[in-house]
Design a protein around this ligand. Structure first.
Ligand code: LLP
Length: 417
């Protein structure tokens, strides 16, 4: 169920009219639905049922404290990729003991911070990283819990920029070398081998690549056991796709059931999920106002007050996201528009060739913007980043204030006179 629906032709976020939110907080703004977040998170938790598991929400998809806090309250774990994300999780009330730390370039300072905080596991992506974690752990007189991220060489059949499980990608350790690297890890005095990890890409709309990767990893788990290395958990990463347009990804139930069907003879192997997009994408919209309609010779442009600095997915991946009017009751002639921002780049568009009945001053919603929206926003063209609002039933909460002009140069100084 979606929590952004039309009532009397007006778009609502849960029980609040989006137009009212825009009036109170101005545009552009992101609006998230608490119920959507909870429902999407619980889908994973319920689908895993009695099988031991932990849902570690991938913080990179949306790291707003309000969002993290909603999940922390449900007992969520978190998948982080930086010290900054760990700080956010802790600030939002998340439990560090349920945090897994992914990413190819963890610094010594980040490793130290994570060890002091007592995270659940480091997902290690290279042999030099094993050495680094071992060294930092030794200095702190601790044993670092680790998993090795195995690159299964499976084609996720998604956009090349978000495909991570191929040999040509920078992520993980090749399947062929994994055994030897595990044995090396087990030989290091300050590491504690806990698990195995695998993430093959994002926005997957087919269950088969997940299963192919899982089968390869399960084989490796058996090989490890044969040499005396027993892993307690299997982290299957994230990557489940969502519907932006006409994609039909597997449901969470189908996806989890397919994984569990391979684990019937391993009832004690704890599953860790790292979903990001599938929890957040359709739990958020970006609301923007049409500033001008510009009729070009070849094209009509709707120039809006949001831009690629607010939502870069269309520019970066040619991603398609639905753009809809907030008020469906207005009757006007329809025309085909490119929906563009004010930034000085031809690549600054949120949608192309959209059939809309719009005029200057209208409000539009860019659907499915809750994941990789605000977290990828920048201040390019010295634009203040948007406000973020969380709706909870009839209530609205400003979970991030719109940036002010002085925020733009925070930390900067001019040279002395
Ligand atoms: N775990 C790891 C190790 C990851 O690298 C990622 C995403 C996830 C989990 C979460 O994947 P998800 O469930 O969200 O697919 N900015 C791109 C997506 C980049 C994904 C990066 N890694 C986009 O806007 O499409």
């Amino acid at each position: 169920m979606d929590f952004f629906n039309y009532k009397n032709q007006q778009l609502f976020a849960e029980d609040v009219a989006v137009a009212n939110i825009a009036e109170e907080f101005n545009t552009p703004c992101y609006i998230y639905s608490r119920s959507a977040i909870e429902q999407n998170w619980q889908a994973f938790d319920k689908a895993a049922g009695q099988h031991p598991h932990l849902v570690c929400y991938a913080v990179k998809a949306n790291s707003n404290l309000g969002v993290l806090n909603v999940m922390a309250r449900m007992g969520s774990g978190f998948d982080i990729v930086s010290g900054g994300e760990l700080a956010r999780v802790i600030e939002a009330g998340g439990d560090p003991a349920k945090v897994v730390f992914s990413g190819v370039g963890k610094t010594e300072a980040e490793i130290e911070y994570a060890l002091e905080a007592g995270i659940l596991c480091f997902n290690v992506e290279s042999q030099p990283e094993l050495d680094r974690i071992n060294k930092v752990a030794a200095e702190l007189d601790k044993k670092a819990p680790i998993s090795i991220r195995v690159n299964p060489d499976v084609d996720a059949k998604t956009h090349p920029y978000i495909s991570t499980g191929l040999k040509a990608n920078k992520f993980g350790i090749e399947r062929e070398r994994a055994l030897e690297v595990y044995q090396y890890a087990a030989s290091l005095s300050h590491l504690d081998v806990q698990g195995i990890d695998c993430h093959i890409g994002s926005q997957l709309t087919d269950v088969q690549p997940f299963i192919d990767a899982l089968d390869k990893v399960l084989l490796l788990i058996d090989e490890l056991k044969a040499v005396g290395i027993e892993v307690k958990h299997l982290d299957v990463g994230g990557g489940l796709g969502v519907t932006y347009n006409d994609e039909i990804p597997p449901s969470v139930d189908e996806y989890v059931a397919a994984l569990l069907s391979r684990l019937t003879d391993r009832p004690a192997l704890k599953l860790i999920f790292e979903p990001g997009r599938s929890i957040m994408a359709n739990a958020g919209i970006l609301v923007t106002k049409v500033e001008f309609i510009k009729q070009g010779e070849e094209k009509n442009f709707a120039i809006i007050d949001a831009a690629m600095n607010d939502l870069i997915r269309p520019s970066l991946y040619e991603a398609w996201q639905n753009i809809v009017p907030i008020d469906q009751s207005i009757e006007r002639d329809a025309a085909i528009y490119d929906i563009v921002g004010p930034i000085c780049e031809t690549g600054d568009f949120l949608g192309k060739d959209r059939n809309l009945k719009i005029a200057a001053g209208d409000l539009l919603a860019v659907r499915s913007s809750g994941a990789y929206g605000f977290t990828m926003a920048s201040n390019y063209n010295s634009r203040c980043r948007a406000a973020e609002i969380m709706v909870d039933g009839k209530s609205t909460h400003l979970v991030r204030a719109r940036e002010q002009l002085t925020d733009l140069w925070k930390g900067e100084t001019v040279l002395p006179a």
